[in-house]
Design a protein around this ligand. Structure first.
Ligand code: DC
Length: 223
């Protein structure tokens, strides 16, 4: 059976990661959370105490940095220069800085190269902002996931509180909307629906319904 490339794009906290993980499990595919890669690079910038607005200094870090995703059983781990940073990249300071860092073309080129190498043989579900438009414009299935901002804030709040961090819902919603604006308005590979992507509004859907929808699309393509 043909091993597909499935691209899931969409704004922050729209349900991409959870859904992509289960879709990959159901199909026996690899799940690639490309946001984790941008977060890991951003962590390096913060560790080096480089100002996130200083693109020239950030570009200098590109040749000295490796970002890899590793699979331990079914858990995806993010490695920065060989060190597991999977927990650290979820911290609010990384979330605040990541849009500025990921708008730098040299940073994107590094990540896109890595993602294309991982996906070249298919059998993969990649999720991010530019998968269906830039990384794999010929992906077999393209989904653009959206959800109401308040609902996305609620989901992020639940995720953070499970990690022991509590941030007011209004603040989370404000941060999410702000990050979407930055991600959608940057000049290189902005957050954008690919022309041939199917929009999936997850506001009132359960994870299972989202997964079923995407798996059905994949099955159609495999016929
Ligand atoms: O999916 P996430 O919220 O973990 O992504 C973090 C940030 O990384 C997001 O605000 C923008 C950036 N990103 C990107 O520019 N391109 C991608 N393919 C994935 C994420």
């Amino acid at each position: 059976m043909k091993r597909l490339i499935i691209a899931i794009d969409g704004p922050a906290a729209s349900g991409k990661s959870t859904t992509a993980k289960f879709v990959a499990e159901r199909l026996g595919y690899l799940h690639v959370d490309t946001g984790a890669m941008y977060r890991a690079f951003t962590l390096k910038v913060l560790h080096q105490r480089v100002d996130v607005q200083n693109a020239a200094e950030i570009v200098k870090l590109v040749p000295q940095t490796t970002v890899r995703l590793l699979y331990k059983g079914e858990r995806q781990r993010a490695l920065l220069d060989g060190i597991d940073v999977s927990e650290e990249i979820r911290k609010p300071e990384v979330t605040k800085a990541v849009s500025a860092v990921s708008s730098i073309p040299e940073v994107r080129a590094l990540m896109v190269r890595e993602q294309q190498a991982m996906g070249k043989n298919g059998g993969i579900v990649l999720e991010g902002r530019d998968i269906g438009t830039v990384v794999f414009p010929n992906a077999d299935v393209k989904i653009f996931m959206i959800a109401d901002a308040r609902e996305r804030a609620r989901r992020r709040s639940k995720e953070l509180s499970e990690r022991g961090t509590n941030i007011p819902l209004d603040e989370l919603e404000r941060d999410i909307v702000e990050r979407d604006e930055k991600d959608a308005s940057r000049t290189v590979s902005p957050l954008q629906k690919a022309k041939d992507a199917v929009v999936l509004d997850t506001t009132t859907l359960s994870v299972e319904e989202q997964v079923d929808f995407i798996v059905a699309k994949a099955m159609e393509k495999m016929k």
